[in-house]
Design a protein around this ligand. Structure first.
Ligand SMILES: CC(C)(COP(=O)(O)OP(=O)(O)OC[C@H]1O[C@@H](n2cnc3c(N)ncnc32)[C@H](O)[C@@H]1OP(=O)(O)O)[C@@H](O)C(=O)NCCC(=O)NCCS
Length: 210
């Protein structure tokens, strides 16, 4: 009798394990299909976004470039050209802007040319929430409202293989040499030489890449 109970308990347990395996497989298949669906959805969304940006803003987007996020676009002041294989997750782009190949612009970053041009090289990494601006307000005359004093500025040029840390601010007219690294939270108000590591407010060169 004891053996019978033992055998039927064993059979029930193995049936339970088989059922658990089937369920686990179903869940994992479902997860895989869901991931695939999400991937396809994101690629279609990206393609539609790029097409839409090309048509409505005449943005020139190179092959293989992905624009996942872009909340605000302005080409009234100048064209936006993005070369091949970039990933753009930016908050805002205001032309004139030219971005080279294999460059990443991460979430909530804001690049603004307006009266001057922002040129960014190849293989540049721009972390989240970076601001790069080529113009600013004139403000000297206290007799006049700042908003009525016009703007000033200068072209911003960022070389190849530059890494800009999160929250950094690059001010008008700044040139950042190829290979440079800009620390998180830096405010860059002087040119940065090639391969320099610049940190702080205002940004100072603290070393060079070897
Ligand atoms: C600039 C950076 C790359 C340097 O990293 P590191 O080579 O490990 O340098 P260390 O941490 O040894 O710092 C060297 C010196 O610079 C200072 N420093 C480093 N980063 C700094 C920053 N962002 N702001 C101010 N000072 C900074 C350090 O305090 C240290 O000074 P000390 O020698 O007087 O103590 C790094 O600190 C940084 O800011 N990275 C950005 C990270 C980021 O934004 N990631 C987003 C995802 S892409």
């Amino acid at each position: 009798m004891g053996d019978m109970v033992g055998i039927s308990a064993g059979v029930a347990q193995s049936k339970y394990i088989a059922l658990e395996n089937v369920l686990n497989k179903m869940v994992s298949n479902f997860r895989n299909y869901f991931r695939l669906f999400q991937e396809i959805k994101s690629q279609v969304r990206t393609k539609i976004k790029v097409r839409w940006l090309k048509i409505f803003y005449q943005i020139d987007v190179g092959k293989g470039t992905i624009i996942r996020e872009l909340k605000y676009v302005n080409t009234d002041y100048g064209a936006i050209r993005i070369w091949q294989n970039c990933v753009i997750n930016a908050l805002a782009l205001a032309g004139p802007i030219e971005i080279g190949r294999n460059t990443l612009v991460n979430l909530y970053s804001d690049i603004s040319g307006r009266d001057y041009k922002v040129t960014i090289g190849n293989d540049v990494l721009i972390a989240p929430r970076v601001s790069i601006m080529a113009s600013m307000h004139n403000y000297r005359m206290k007799s006049n409202l700042i908003r009525l004093q016009g703007t000033t500025g200068g072209d911003v040029v960022i070389g190849n293989d530059v890494w800009i840390g999160t929250n950094a601010v690059i001010l008008p007219g700044i040139h950042i040499g190829s290979g440079a690294v800009i620390g998180a939270n830096a405010v860059v108000n002087h040119d940065v030489p090639e391969y320099a590591i610049a940190v702080g407010v205002p940004a100072k060169v603290v070393g060079y890449r070897e």
